[in-house]
Design a protein around this ligand. Structure first.
Ligand code: HEC
Ligand code: HEC
Ligand code: HEC
Length: 470
């Protein structure tokens, strides 16, 4: 790191001396900023925000297509630049935020969170860039402008509605007490969730792998489906899945109904051959048919999955100790848990694990700071591809939908590959592989105590998982 820094500074001095134009890069930045602003067709207010990014050079490392200053073509420098761009675009894409300036639907809660933290901590642009490029970091007025905008966007678009204790200054929000649902559909969905007829031989229900008395998971490394077949990836919880931006580790289902269409015909999960087969079984049951047709015009894949999705909207877990704390009950957390929450924020866990569900809003590269898969030392599997499996975009390789941290104490083993069943170990993995940190045991214990405060209530009772006590 030091060497790289020195080499860059030396090259920077040499480069600037050679061209004899200290002003060159500034001129270049200004031109680039003006060009981008002119092309962006922004309102005056939007241009003000965008200008903070462009005039501080954020686009050089956080878009894949920016025009770079002359020195970036020098040997060695070009390698460093390429590395910075690779790392920069892997963790944060400015294009998405610029698009979100104009259309709030394109905003990402996670991008706003990441941006907020680097501005407050004065972390960007990275030091090498400042030295070499003679660049600058956003000044106080610029910071204030962007931070105000971020909090306005969070307030307007991301805080859960009708919920006590929300606060646009926080990256994590309480879970709403209740979502609007259609009671009759929920009852049908509840029955279908526990109905073996969705599976080929009647033996498997949704509930077989997502047990509601086991934190919404099966606590197995990989699930066991029909005929004892093993799946390839750890099962995430169904609790609070309704808050996910998309479903599955790779986000291949756009919502809960689309997700519920998957398992019944999956040959290693429920193993039905067709929806016709499932529908025929359900139609033979007069009582069920009558109940179903009182609500839906027919029994079909679309109506079955709609009912299950409606039921899953009730699988939310409000009123955890942490939520009560956010709502103003300072005694709801122990002193150790409060310390853990502070560490959680200091180490930026709340950027990816953000919002009500503390996750589910973005796809993130596993191993930003160190190579997770190499360190694991076992061969790569299909499950390790993450979002790439769905999009086939090389930039999505090893990116996973961020799991929720709600009820995390009840849902071991952790990670898509069930790497560990120990929550403290999971925290250490995140610290090291995502943030390049190794903390004292005491801090890790505090963070674990905080994560235990995220266990919420289902149907008015604190969730439990008796199977973990064995
Ligand atoms: C010379 C390249 C470079 C420039 C210019 C640059 N960044 Fe970065 N940025 C990086 C790299 C590399 C990372 C990955 C983390 C690290 O190395 O610190 C990163 C990470 C980030 C992150 C994610 C950090 C996190 O912890 O989640 C954000 C947000 C970000 N940059 C915003 C900005 C903004 C805003 C600007 C302009 C004010 C900017 N960057 C300018 C290279 C750059
Ligand atoms: C054989 C075990 C098994 C069965 C049966 C099963 N699931 Fe899953 N479920 C999984 C696994 C494994 C995943 C993760 C798969 C992936 O991401 O590729 C998953 C993912 C999910 C998710 C996505 C959660 C998230 O955070 O992305 C939801 C929601 C879900 N299942 C609900 C259901 C419903 C509803 C049913 C019944 C129709 C069902 N599951 C049946 C094992 C199972
Ligand atoms: C850059 C985004 C990012 C940051 C920052 C981050 N995480 Fe994660 N977290 C993820 C992703 C992605 C996964 C899933 C990784 C996998 O399965 O391979 C994950 C998984 C986890 C899990 C396991 C969840 C489960 O159900 O399997 C825990 C616990 C966790 N993170 C805690 C933390 C803590 C504590 C911090 C702060 C030190 C943190 N994370 C920082 C993205 C992030």
């Amino acid at each position: 790191m030091k060497l790289k820094h020195l080499a860059l500074s030396a090259l920077g001095v040499a480069g600037v001396a050679f061209f004899g134009t200290v002003g060159y890069v500034h001129l270049f930045d200004k031109e680039q900023a003006q060009k981008a602003l002119a092309q962006g067709s922004f309102t005056a207010e939007q241009a003000n925000i965008a200008n903070v990014f462009y005039s501080n050079g954020c686009q050089y490392c956080h878009t894949s297509s920016a025009e770079l200053p002359f020195y970036s073509k020098l040997p060695i420098v070009s390698q460093f630049m390429a590395e910075d761009i690779k790392k920069g675009t892997r963790t944060f894409l400015l294009d998405e935020t610029i698009a979100g300036l104009k259309d709030p639907n394109k905003l990402s809660e996670v991008n706003l969170a990441k941006l907020e933290k680097v501005l407050i901590n004065n972390e960007m642009p990275i030091a090498q860039f400042i030295h070499f490029h003679w660049g600058s970091r956003p000044d106080e007025a610029e910071k204030e402008r962007v931070l105000t905008w971020i909090r306005e966007q969070r307030q307007a678009h991301f805080l859960p509605k009708n919920t006590q204790g929300t606060n646009a200054q926080n990256l994590v929000q309480p879970i709403p007490d209740k979502l609007e649902t259609n009671t009759a559909k929920v009852a049908l969905g509840d029955a279908l969730y526990h109905d073996g007829r969705l599976s080929g031989d009647g033996s498997i229900q949704c509930h077989s792998c997502h047990l509601l008395d086991q934190g919404g998971v099966d606590n197995l490394a990989t699930a066991t489906g029909i005929n004892g077949q093993k799946g390839g990836i750890n099962a995430p919880t169904v609790f609070n899945a309704v808050f996910n931006k998309a479903q599955f580790w790779d986000g291949r289902a756009k919502d809960l109904a689309a997700q519920a269409g998957g398992p019944p015909l999956n040959p290693v999960e429920m193993g039905s051959h067709s929806w016709e087969e499932i529908i025929a079984k359900l139609e033979q049951d007069d009582a069920f048919k009558k109940q179903f047709l009182a609500i839906y015009p027919n029994i079909s894949e679309a109506t079955i999955t709609d009912a299950i999705a409606e039921f899953e909207k009730t699988l939310i877990t409000p009123n955890s100790a942490f939520d009560r704390y956010l709502k103003g009950d300072e005694k709801a957390l122990t002193a150790q848990q409060v310390r853990g929450y502070e560490l959680f924020k200091t180490h930026k866990c709340d950027t990816c694990h953000t919002g009500s569900a503390m996750g589910g809003q973005s796809y993130e590269y596993m191993g930003l700071a160190h190579d997770y898969f190499q360190a694991r030392g076992t061969p790569l599997t299909d499950a390790d591809q993450g979002r790439f499996a769905h999009t086939k975009d090389p930039a999505d390789m090893h990116k996973f939908k961020v799991p929720t941290l709600r009820n995390i104490a009840l849902t071991p083993p952790y990670m898509h590959d069930a790497r560990t069943s120990d929550l403290k170990e999971a925290i250490k993995i995140m610290l090291y592989f995502q943030s390049d940190k190794t903390l004292p045991e005491k801090d890790v214990n505090d963070m674990a105590a905080f994560l235990e405060s995220l266990t919420g209530e289902y149907q008015g009772k604190l969730l439990k998982n008796e199977s973990l006590k064995k």
